[in-house]
Design a protein around this ligand. Sequence first.
Ligand code: BO1
Ligand code: ZN
Length: 258
Amino acid sequence: WVWVLQGWDRQDPPSPLTIPGGTRQSPINIQWRDSVYDPFLKPLKISYDPTTCLHIWNNGYSFLVEFDDSTDKSIIVGGPLENQYRLKQFHFHWGAINDWGSEHTVDSKFYPAELHLVHWNAVDYPSFEDAVMEGNGLAVIGVFLKLGARHEGLQTLVDALPAVRHKDTVIEFDEFDPSCLIPSCPDYWTYAGSLTTPPLTESVTWIIKKKPIEVDEDQLEAFRTLLFTSDGEEERRMVDNFRPLQPLMNRTVRSSFQ
Ligand code: BO1
Ligand code: ZN
């Protein structure tokens, strides 16, 4: 088993000839006409309790909003999932400019940013760290961000970003319900994939919402004022924190809609 950290170290761009790390790596291009409608896919049910929200953390790759995952208070169920999954954290990936930034693409189109809500299977596994190692351990909801109207729900988060500008800074952030960041349109694509940063384990059921949310230029610019670097280091702006597309290989992308 060889871990190929393709696209991870932004200062050392990967060769396009790099051998992929496995058979179900993420992200991928979702080719709309190649996705297969599955009438047995259930609607995804999201139930988050804002009191489980804990803090925002700049981890030097993105900013993470982390949740108390010691109970089943914030969960998703249904969709392609066989049991319920607990919310652990959410974060974003974005570009230096609006022409790219998402990890997944739809018909080769990049969005300026992508939200990932990361959940783990607490029915079958005792901890997130155990679930990361298993094929059905994680479920990540992906939501594309497109340029448009200011997003009021996101603004609460944007207002907190100056406090976590540097790597390894954390602030308290409570009573936030991330369901305000998920479009109400029920349509999604789903496929079996991996984490997009190390450890890149092939443990993720991806659920990619078809409809993007709208955010404005100022909100994307606020993401771009964050830093990859710690206080005291030479400043490097946190931009282009996405992994390159990975080969689909022997996988089918299913859609919940016709
Ligand atoms: S992503 O949603 O595929 N971009 C993704 C990538 C990496 C992680 C999570 C989501 N990594 C894990 C780390 C754990 C950490 C956990 C929760 O995130 O492997 O060490 O506890 O924040
Ligand atoms: Zn992510």
